[in-house]
Design a protein around this ligand. Sequence first.
Ligand SMILES: *Cc1c(COP(=O)(O)O)cnc(C)c1O
Length: 376
Amino acid sequence: MSKSKASQCVITVEKYQGVNTPIFTSTANRYREYDDTVYPRYYNTLNQKAIGNKLAALEGGEFGMIFSSGMAAISTAIFSQVKSGDHIIISSEIYGGTHKLILSELEKFQISYDFVSGNDPDGFERLISENTKVIYTETPSNPLLTIVDLKALADIAKKHGVISIVDNTFASPINQNPILLGFDIVTHSGTKYLSGHSDLCFGAVITNNHLGKQIYECALNYGGSLNALDNYLIDRSIKTLAVRVERQNENASKLAELLHSSSQIKKVYYPGLTNHPGHEIAKKQMIGGFGGMLSFELNDNLDTEKFLDTLEMVIPAVSLGGVETIICQPSKTSHIKMPVADRLKMGITDNLLRLSVGIEDVNDIWKDLHRALEKL
Ligand SMILES: *Cc1c(COP(=O)(O)O)cnc(C)c1O
């Protein structure tokens, strides 16, 4: 065989019957024999399609597609539904990056918006006007784990012919499936629970076929597609999503109870605790569990920095959803740009800490937290 034939030494997929989708890295693909041109930015490689289908199955949607980040998924989903002159209503308790997207991008396109405290569906309804096109929310929210009644909000959106979008990152599809409660579009920062190993950034949108087509057409133009190697890691991660999240639910529930009973802690925010204001709604809609995220506030006189310094196992780090337990101070990380008065009004004090609970032995996590509390 001549050297020039080396480029044709390709093993076709049909020949093997493996349980994994082969990593498909090709950006240049034959077109003459096929109806469909395969190209990564057309979101139609084997790996992209396999993961999109998996996520659609997990969320109970008809259509799923993946993006290079959570923000790529969120921005594409929103901009696929609005044009100049339209109006959007958004929960005020949302991820900082999404908040920034709304503040810095919508006005340029003459799209107006209103923020509403997310746990009041009637507050959304009161703001709906003729040009309202989208309602956008997030539950549980970051960092105070506020709960929004998804069914109530979806019903309001339907009644007024408005598209409903929810960021389901904190719950993960194992715990909560908003489409089954009537939501039109679900977004994820797959960087968190879906990938679960703190080693890659991706985003996802799950919806019905009709809206999926609109989002897809918009995505082609924005071009937030993801590479084949990361696709492979995602496919691998999703295989263990359910067992990871089940363990995280279990660990977080135990830790919430233990932290709640500590005299050095002023308040614990976890939807699984019966004293959480959203507990009853969470019980109805978080069918798999209350999630692996919780926040707690140290007593006023305690030194938060010293607490973080004393931890040996729990890692002070940003992001969330990985197999390792990490902790952060929202006032110094996710909410650092928010005016102090606004953040204090929300309840985000300097003594508030957010814990992303991992899959370690819960006794080890508690021992570390407990020891650091005792040292204060
Ligand atoms: C991290 C996060 C995002 C943004 O996702 P990226 O993957 O960082 O772009 C959006 N929503 C929530 C709730 C998040 O936690």
